[in-house]
Design a protein around this ligand. Structure first.
Ligand SMILES: O=C(O)C1=C[C@@H](OP(=O)(O)O)[C@@H](O)[C@H](O)C1
Ligand SMILES: C=C(OP(=O)(O)O)C(=O)O
Length: 414
Protein backbone atom coordinates (compact mmCIF):
# COMPACT_ATOMS: atom_id res chain seq x y z
CA UNK A 1 0.00 0.00 0.00
CA UNK A 2 1.14 3.56 -0.73
CA UNK A 3 -0.19 6.76 0.86
CA UNK A 4 0.06 10.08 -0.87
CA UNK A 5 0.32 12.87 1.69
CA UNK A 6 -0.57 16.37 0.50
CA UNK A 7 -0.01 19.57 2.42
CA UNK A 8 -2.87 21.61 3.95
CA UNK A 9 -3.85 24.65 1.92
CA UNK A 10 -4.39 27.07 4.80
CA UNK A 11 -3.11 27.82 8.27
CA UNK A 12 -1.95 24.85 10.30
CA UNK A 13 -3.83 24.83 13.56
CA UNK A 14 -5.89 22.66 15.85
CA UNK A 15 -5.31 20.10 18.55
CA UNK A 16 -3.87 16.61 18.56
CA UNK A 17 -4.16 13.94 21.22
CA UNK A 18 -0.73 12.37 21.15
CA UNK A 19 -0.23 8.65 21.73
CA UNK A 20 0.92 7.62 25.20
CA UNK A 21 4.61 6.78 25.55
CA UNK A 22 5.35 3.17 24.64
CA UNK A 23 8.61 3.30 26.60
CA UNK A 24 6.78 4.25 29.78
CA UNK A 25 3.88 1.86 29.09
CA UNK A 26 6.15 -1.13 28.57
CA UNK A 27 8.14 -0.43 31.73
CA UNK A 28 5.06 0.10 33.87
CA UNK A 29 3.52 -3.13 32.57
CA UNK A 30 6.59 -5.06 33.77
CA UNK A 31 6.80 -3.13 37.06
CA UNK A 32 3.06 -3.57 37.66
CA UNK A 33 3.47 -7.32 37.21
CA UNK A 34 6.45 -7.38 39.59
CA UNK A 35 4.44 -5.36 42.15
CA UNK A 36 1.47 -7.77 41.93
CA UNK A 37 -0.50 -4.56 41.44
CA UNK A 38 -4.31 -4.66 41.65
CA UNK A 39 -4.47 -1.41 39.62
CA UNK A 40 -4.89 -1.10 35.89
CA UNK A 41 -2.61 1.43 34.20
CA UNK A 42 -4.28 4.62 33.03
CA UNK A 43 -3.70 5.91 29.46
CA UNK A 44 -1.65 2.88 28.39
CA UNK A 45 -0.21 3.22 24.86
CA UNK A 46 -2.28 1.60 22.09
CA UNK A 47 0.85 0.98 20.01
CA UNK A 48 1.72 -2.47 18.64
CA UNK A 49 4.72 -2.64 20.96
CA UNK A 50 2.61 -2.14 24.07
CA UNK A 51 -0.19 -4.39 22.89
CA UNK A 52 2.27 -7.22 22.40
CA UNK A 53 3.85 -6.66 25.82
CA UNK A 54 0.46 -6.65 27.46
CA UNK A 55 -0.68 -9.78 25.65
CA UNK A 56 2.42 -11.74 26.75
CA UNK A 57 1.93 -10.72 30.37
CA UNK A 58 -1.72 -11.83 30.21
CA UNK A 59 -1.21 -14.98 28.13
CA UNK A 60 -1.87 -18.55 29.16
CA UNK A 61 0.52 -19.96 26.53
CA UNK A 62 4.30 -20.09 26.72
CA UNK A 63 5.43 -19.25 23.16
CA UNK A 64 5.46 -15.58 22.28
CA UNK A 65 6.08 -13.67 19.07
CA UNK A 66 6.82 -10.07 19.97
CA UNK A 67 7.09 -8.83 16.38
CA UNK A 68 9.27 -5.72 16.03
CA UNK A 69 9.15 -4.60 19.69
CA UNK A 70 12.71 -4.18 21.01
CA UNK A 71 11.62 -3.24 24.54
CA UNK A 72 9.27 -6.23 24.75
CA UNK A 73 12.05 -8.60 23.59
CA UNK A 74 14.64 -7.31 26.02
CA UNK A 75 12.42 -6.64 29.06
CA UNK A 76 10.61 -9.98 28.76
CA UNK A 77 13.87 -11.93 28.41
CA UNK A 78 14.87 -10.72 31.87
CA UNK A 79 11.37 -10.97 33.33
CA UNK A 80 10.67 -14.52 32.10
CA UNK A 81 14.09 -15.73 33.27
CA UNK A 82 12.79 -15.68 36.82
CA UNK A 83 9.26 -16.95 36.19
CA UNK A 84 8.97 -20.73 36.64
CA UNK A 85 8.15 -22.48 33.37
CA UNK A 86 9.53 -22.94 29.85
CA UNK A 87 9.17 -19.95 27.55
CA UNK A 88 9.98 -19.27 23.93
CA UNK A 89 10.46 -15.67 22.78
CA UNK A 90 10.68 -14.93 19.09
CA UNK A 91 10.00 -11.95 16.86
CA UNK A 92 10.03 -10.57 13.33
CA UNK A 93 12.82 -11.41 10.86
CA UNK A 94 14.44 -8.11 11.82
CA UNK A 95 14.16 -8.93 15.54
CA UNK A 96 16.20 -12.06 14.82
CA UNK A 97 19.00 -9.76 13.61
CA UNK A 98 18.91 -7.45 16.64
CA UNK A 99 21.61 -8.57 19.13
CA UNK A 100 20.71 -9.76 22.62
CA UNK A 101 23.94 -11.53 23.66
CA UNK A 102 25.01 -8.89 26.21
CA UNK A 103 21.73 -9.30 28.11
CA UNK A 104 21.70 -13.11 27.88
CA UNK A 105 25.31 -13.32 29.12
CA UNK A 106 24.47 -11.05 32.07
CA UNK A 107 21.37 -13.07 32.99
CA UNK A 108 23.28 -16.34 32.73
CA UNK A 109 25.77 -15.00 35.29
CA UNK A 110 22.79 -14.57 37.64
CA UNK A 111 21.84 -18.22 37.07
CA UNK A 112 19.34 -17.82 34.23
CA UNK A 113 18.83 -20.75 31.85
CA UNK A 114 18.55 -19.34 28.33
CA UNK A 115 19.26 -21.12 25.03
CA UNK A 116 19.51 -19.70 21.55
CA UNK A 117 17.07 -21.49 19.25
CA UNK A 118 18.73 -20.37 16.00
CA UNK A 119 21.76 -18.08 15.89
CA UNK A 120 24.05 -17.53 18.89
CA UNK A 121 23.54 -14.02 20.29
CA UNK A 122 20.14 -13.39 18.65
CA UNK A 123 16.46 -14.23 19.20
CA UNK A 124 14.59 -16.59 19.24
CA UNK A 125 15.33 -17.63 22.83
CA UNK A 126 14.24 -20.60 24.91
CA UNK A 127 14.07 -19.60 28.55
CA UNK A 128 13.66 -21.95 31.52
CA UNK A 129 12.54 -19.80 34.43
CA UNK A 130 14.46 -20.21 37.66
CA UNK A 131 15.32 -18.32 40.86
CA UNK A 132 18.11 -15.85 40.09
CA UNK A 133 20.89 -14.90 42.47
CA UNK A 134 22.27 -11.35 42.40
CA UNK A 135 25.74 -9.90 42.66
CA UNK A 136 27.98 -7.59 40.68
CA UNK A 137 27.76 -7.59 36.88
CA UNK A 138 29.97 -5.77 34.41
CA UNK A 139 28.41 -5.05 31.08
CA UNK A 140 28.92 -2.98 27.97
CA UNK A 141 26.63 0.05 28.17
CA UNK A 142 27.29 1.30 24.65
CA UNK A 143 25.12 -1.09 22.61
CA UNK A 144 21.58 -0.76 23.97
CA UNK A 145 20.23 0.75 27.17
CA UNK A 146 17.36 -1.73 26.95
CA UNK A 147 19.60 -4.52 28.30
CA UNK A 148 20.34 -2.36 31.34
CA UNK A 149 16.71 -1.34 31.89
CA UNK A 150 15.69 -5.01 31.64
CA UNK A 151 18.15 -6.02 34.37
CA UNK A 152 17.33 -3.03 36.59
CA UNK A 153 13.61 -3.74 36.60
CA UNK A 154 14.04 -7.31 37.88
CA UNK A 155 16.89 -6.36 40.28
CA UNK A 156 14.72 -5.67 43.39
CA UNK A 157 13.21 -9.16 43.14
CA UNK A 158 16.55 -10.98 42.83
CA UNK A 159 18.15 -12.53 45.90
CA UNK A 160 20.83 -10.07 47.15
CA UNK A 161 19.85 -7.42 44.60
CA UNK A 162 22.14 -6.31 41.81
CA UNK A 163 25.08 -4.02 41.09
CA UNK A 164 25.66 -3.07 37.45
CA UNK A 165 29.07 -1.72 36.39
CA UNK A 166 28.67 -0.12 33.00
CA UNK A 167 31.61 -0.10 30.63
CA UNK A 168 32.18 2.23 27.66
CA UNK A 169 30.15 5.29 26.76
CA UNK A 170 26.54 4.70 27.81
CA UNK A 171 24.08 4.85 24.91
CA UNK A 172 20.53 6.16 25.34
CA UNK A 173 21.20 7.13 28.96
CA UNK A 174 17.85 8.97 29.48
CA UNK A 175 16.07 5.63 29.00
CA UNK A 176 18.02 4.19 31.97
CA UNK A 177 17.06 7.27 33.97
CA UNK A 178 13.45 6.73 32.91
CA UNK A 179 13.56 3.15 34.20
CA UNK A 180 14.98 4.18 37.56
CA UNK A 181 12.56 7.12 37.96
CA UNK A 182 9.62 4.81 37.31
CA UNK A 183 10.97 2.20 39.73
CA UNK A 184 11.24 4.95 42.33
CA UNK A 185 7.60 5.87 41.80
CA UNK A 186 6.83 2.24 42.72
CA UNK A 187 8.82 2.55 45.96
CA UNK A 188 12.21 1.16 44.90
CA UNK A 189 15.45 2.77 46.10
CA UNK A 190 18.63 2.81 44.05
CA UNK A 191 22.10 4.35 44.09
CA UNK A 192 23.72 5.48 40.83
CA UNK A 193 27.30 6.72 41.23
CA UNK A 194 29.58 7.17 38.25
CA UNK A 195 29.25 4.03 36.15
CA UNK A 196 27.78 1.88 38.92
CA UNK A 197 24.10 1.32 39.72
CA UNK A 198 23.19 -0.55 42.92
CA UNK A 199 19.74 -1.91 43.73
CA UNK A 200 19.15 -3.85 46.96
CA UNK A 201 16.69 -6.72 47.16
CA UNK A 202 13.35 -5.05 48.05
CA UNK A 203 9.68 -5.06 47.11
CA UNK A 204 7.84 -2.85 44.66
CA UNK A 205 4.82 -1.01 46.10
CA UNK A 206 1.80 -1.02 43.80
CA UNK A 207 0.59 2.48 42.90
CA UNK A 208 -1.96 3.96 40.50
CA UNK A 209 -0.19 5.22 37.39
CA UNK A 210 -1.14 7.29 34.35
CA UNK A 211 1.12 7.28 31.28
CA UNK A 212 2.15 10.64 29.79
CA UNK A 213 2.14 11.46 26.06
CA UNK A 214 5.02 10.30 23.88
CA UNK A 215 7.75 12.87 23.20
CA UNK A 216 9.23 10.91 20.29
CA UNK A 217 5.75 11.01 18.71
CA UNK A 218 5.58 14.75 19.44
CA UNK A 219 8.78 15.24 17.44
CA UNK A 220 6.87 14.95 14.13
CA UNK A 221 4.65 17.88 15.12
CA UNK A 222 7.65 19.98 16.08
CA UNK A 223 9.13 19.04 12.70
CA UNK A 224 5.92 20.21 10.99
CA UNK A 225 6.01 23.45 13.00
CA UNK A 226 9.59 24.06 11.87
CA UNK A 227 8.52 23.67 8.22
CA UNK A 228 5.73 26.24 8.23
CA UNK A 229 5.42 29.91 9.21
CA UNK A 230 1.81 30.00 10.26
CA UNK A 231 1.32 27.43 12.97
CA UNK A 232 -0.56 26.99 16.27
CA UNK A 233 -1.13 23.52 17.66
CA UNK A 234 -2.17 22.09 21.01
CA UNK A 235 -0.46 18.79 21.82
CA UNK A 236 -2.72 17.14 24.35
CA UNK A 237 -1.31 15.17 27.27
CA UNK A 238 2.26 16.36 26.70
CA UNK A 239 4.40 17.53 29.63
CA UNK A 240 7.37 19.84 29.34
CA UNK A 241 8.52 18.54 32.74
CA UNK A 242 8.67 14.97 31.53
CA UNK A 243 10.20 11.65 32.53
CA UNK A 244 11.30 11.17 28.90
CA UNK A 245 14.69 12.21 27.52
CA UNK A 246 13.17 13.31 24.22
CA UNK A 247 11.51 16.21 26.08
CA UNK A 248 14.76 18.01 25.22
CA UNK A 249 13.06 18.63 21.86
CA UNK A 250 11.25 21.66 23.26
CA UNK A 251 14.65 23.29 23.88
CA UNK A 252 16.26 22.17 20.60
CA UNK A 253 13.34 23.28 18.44
CA UNK A 254 13.18 26.67 20.19
CA UNK A 255 16.92 27.22 19.87
CA UNK A 256 17.31 26.12 16.24
CA UNK A 257 13.92 26.62 14.59
CA UNK A 258 12.02 29.18 16.69
CA UNK A 259 9.31 26.69 17.68
CA UNK A 260 8.03 27.73 21.08
CA UNK A 261 6.38 25.47 23.64
CA UNK A 262 4.06 26.54 26.43
CA UNK A 263 2.48 24.29 29.05
CA UNK A 264 -1.28 24.93 29.19
CA UNK A 265 -2.70 22.70 31.92
CA UNK A 266 -2.14 19.11 30.80
CA UNK A 267 -1.25 20.11 27.24
CA UNK A 268 1.55 21.88 25.38
CA UNK A 269 0.87 24.61 22.83
CA UNK A 270 3.49 24.98 20.10
CA UNK A 271 3.77 28.09 17.97
CA UNK A 272 6.36 29.51 15.62
CA UNK A 273 8.19 32.78 16.03
CA UNK A 274 10.18 34.37 13.25
CA UNK A 275 13.84 33.40 13.47
CA UNK A 276 16.77 33.77 11.08
CA UNK A 277 17.25 30.67 8.90
CA UNK A 278 19.67 28.21 10.44
CA UNK A 279 22.96 28.01 8.49
CA UNK A 280 23.85 24.48 9.62
CA UNK A 281 23.00 22.05 12.42
CA UNK A 282 25.45 20.01 14.50
CA UNK A 283 23.79 17.70 17.00
CA UNK A 284 24.71 14.61 19.01
CA UNK A 285 21.95 12.00 19.30
CA UNK A 286 23.60 9.52 21.68
CA UNK A 287 20.93 10.30 24.29
CA UNK A 288 18.05 10.73 21.82
CA UNK A 289 18.47 8.18 19.02
CA UNK A 290 14.77 7.99 18.14
CA UNK A 291 14.55 11.58 16.90
CA UNK A 292 17.57 11.49 14.58
CA UNK A 293 15.39 10.70 11.55
CA UNK A 294 13.08 13.63 12.41
CA UNK A 295 16.00 16.06 12.25
CA UNK A 296 17.64 14.51 9.18
CA UNK A 297 14.47 14.81 7.09
CA UNK A 298 13.75 18.28 8.46
CA UNK A 299 17.22 19.54 7.52
CA UNK A 300 17.04 18.05 4.01
CA UNK A 301 13.57 19.54 3.45
CA UNK A 302 14.74 22.95 4.69
CA UNK A 303 18.06 22.63 2.93
CA UNK A 304 20.14 23.01 6.08
CA UNK A 305 23.58 21.34 6.01
CA UNK A 306 24.16 19.14 9.04
CA UNK A 307 26.55 16.88 10.89
CA UNK A 308 24.95 14.44 13.31
CA UNK A 309 26.98 12.28 15.70
CA UNK A 310 26.17 9.67 18.37
CA UNK A 311 24.23 7.53 15.92
CA UNK A 312 26.04 4.16 16.20
CA UNK A 313 22.98 2.43 17.70
CA UNK A 314 20.84 3.33 14.67
CA UNK A 315 22.21 0.38 12.72
CA UNK A 316 20.57 -2.16 15.07
CA UNK A 317 17.13 -0.64 15.34
CA UNK A 318 14.00 -1.56 13.31
CA UNK A 319 16.22 -1.29 10.25
CA UNK A 320 19.72 0.06 9.65
CA UNK A 321 18.47 3.63 9.96
CA UNK A 322 21.68 5.18 8.60
CA UNK A 323 21.39 3.22 5.34
CA UNK A 324 17.62 3.81 5.19
CA UNK A 325 18.09 7.58 5.59
CA UNK A 326 20.79 7.61 2.93
CA UNK A 327 18.60 5.71 0.45
CA UNK A 328 15.46 7.74 1.01
CA UNK A 329 17.02 11.21 1.34
CA UNK A 330 18.69 10.48 -2.01
CA UNK A 331 15.16 10.31 -3.45
CA UNK A 332 14.76 13.93 -2.30
CA UNK A 333 18.06 14.83 -3.99
CA UNK A 334 20.28 14.81 -0.87
CA UNK A 335 23.34 12.59 -0.72
CA UNK A 336 24.07 11.92 2.96
CA UNK A 337 27.62 10.96 3.89
CA UNK A 338 28.73 8.73 6.75
CA UNK A 339 31.99 10.50 7.75
CA UNK A 340 32.59 7.93 10.50
CA UNK A 341 30.72 5.03 12.11
CA UNK A 342 27.75 6.55 13.92
CA UNK A 343 27.69 9.82 12.01
CA UNK A 344 25.78 11.30 9.10
CA UNK A 345 26.46 14.56 7.38
CA UNK A 346 25.08 16.58 4.49
CA UNK A 347 26.69 19.50 2.69
CA UNK A 348 23.36 21.09 1.73
CA UNK A 349 23.82 20.42 -1.99
CA UNK A 350 20.69 19.12 -3.73
CA UNK A 351 20.70 17.18 -6.97
CA UNK A 352 18.31 19.41 -8.94
CA UNK A 353 17.58 16.62 -11.43
CA UNK A 354 15.73 14.63 -8.80
CA UNK A 355 11.97 15.07 -8.65
CA UNK A 356 10.93 14.48 -5.03
CA UNK A 357 7.23 14.50 -5.96
CA UNK A 358 7.75 11.42 -8.10
CA UNK A 359 9.51 9.55 -5.30
CA UNK A 360 7.98 6.77 -3.25
CA UNK A 361 9.63 6.75 0.17
CA UNK A 362 10.34 3.22 1.38
CA UNK A 363 9.92 2.56 5.09
CA UNK A 364 11.84 -0.70 5.80
CA UNK A 365 9.37 -1.94 8.48
CA UNK A 366 10.43 1.11 10.46
CA UNK A 367 7.66 3.34 11.87
CA UNK A 368 10.06 6.26 12.20
CA UNK A 369 10.81 6.28 8.46
CA UNK A 370 7.12 6.91 7.68
CA UNK A 371 6.66 9.25 10.64
CA UNK A 372 9.69 11.38 9.77
CA UNK A 373 9.16 11.60 6.00
CA UNK A 374 5.38 12.20 5.84
CA UNK A 375 5.66 15.74 7.34
CA UNK A 376 7.98 16.75 4.51
CA UNK A 377 4.89 16.92 2.26
CA UNK A 378 4.68 20.45 3.65
CA UNK A 379 7.78 21.39 1.71
CA UNK A 380 7.36 19.23 -1.41
CA UNK A 381 3.54 19.85 -1.51
CA UNK A 382 3.01 16.12 -1.82
CA UNK A 383 4.97 12.96 -0.97
CA UNK A 384 4.32 9.22 -1.30
CA UNK A 385 5.03 6.79 1.54
CA UNK A 386 5.20 3.01 0.97
CA UNK A 387 3.89 0.54 3.57
CA UNK A 388 2.57 3.53 5.55
CA UNK A 389 0.91 1.54 8.34
CA UNK A 390 4.30 0.73 9.89
CA UNK A 391 3.42 3.70 12.11
CA UNK A 392 1.27 1.45 14.33
CA UNK A 393 4.46 0.36 16.13
CA UNK A 394 4.32 3.59 18.13
CA UNK A 395 1.70 5.98 16.69
CA UNK A 396 -1.38 4.19 15.30
CA UNK A 397 -3.46 7.35 14.67
CA UNK A 398 -0.76 9.35 12.93
CA UNK A 399 -2.53 9.73 9.57
CA UNK A 400 -5.85 10.54 11.26
CA UNK A 401 -4.02 13.27 13.17
CA UNK A 402 -2.44 14.62 9.97
CA UNK A 403 -5.94 14.80 8.45
CA UNK A 404 -7.22 16.69 11.51
CA UNK A 405 -4.89 19.60 10.79
CA UNK A 406 -5.69 19.66 7.07
CA UNK A 407 -3.27 17.24 5.36
CA UNK A 408 -4.85 14.98 2.77
CA UNK A 409 -3.94 11.29 2.99
CA UNK A 410 -4.93 9.16 0.02
CA UNK A 411 -4.21 5.61 -0.98
CA UNK A 412 -2.64 5.50 -4.45
CA UNK A 413 -0.97 3.00 -6.75
CA UNK A 414 2.61 3.86 -7.69
O1 LIG B 1 14.15 1.66 26.63
C1 LIG B 1 13.45 2.16 25.75
O2 LIG B 1 12.23 2.35 25.89
C2 LIG B 1 14.09 2.53 24.47
C3 LIG B 1 15.46 2.70 24.41
C4 LIG B 1 16.17 3.09 23.18
O3 LIG B 1 16.82 1.95 22.65
P1 LIG B 1 18.41 1.66 22.83
O4 LIG B 1 18.71 1.70 24.27
O5 LIG B 1 18.56 0.30 22.24
O6 LIG B 1 19.13 2.73 22.07
C5 LIG B 1 15.20 3.64 22.14
O7 LIG B 1 15.84 3.72 20.90
C6 LIG B 1 13.96 2.79 22.01
O8 LIG B 1 13.07 3.30 21.06
C7 LIG B 1 13.21 2.75 23.32
C1 LIG C 1 14.09 1.75 18.38
C2 LIG C 1 12.80 1.77 18.66
O1 LIG C 1 12.12 0.80 19.33
P1 LIG C 1 12.58 -0.63 19.89
O2 LIG C 1 14.08 -0.63 20.02
O3 LIG C 1 11.92 -0.74 21.22
O4 LIG C 1 12.11 -1.66 18.92
C3 LIG C 1 11.97 2.95 18.29
O5 LIG C 1 10.81 3.02 18.72
O6 LIG C 1 12.46 3.84 17.57
Amino acid sequence: MIYQITRPSGRLEGEITLPASKSISNRVLIINALSYSPYTIDNLSDSDDTRVMSSVLNASTNEFDIGHAGTAMRFLTAFLSKIMGQWTLTGSERMKQRPIGILVDALRKLGAVIDYVEEEGYPPLRITGTALKGGVLELDGSVSSQYISALLMIAPSIQNGLTLRLKNKIASRPYIELTLKLMKKFGVRYIWKGNEIRIEEQTYKPVRFSVEADWSGASYWYQIAAMTDDFDLLLKGLRLQSLQGDAILAKWFDQYFGVQSKQEGNDVRITRKETPELKRLDLNFVENPDVAQTFAVLCVAKRIPFHFTGLHTLKIKETDRIAALQNECAKLGAKLAEPQQGEIAWDGILDENIDAIAAVIDTYHDHRMALAFAPAALVYDTLKIADPMVVTKSYPDFYEDLKKVGFSVQEVTE
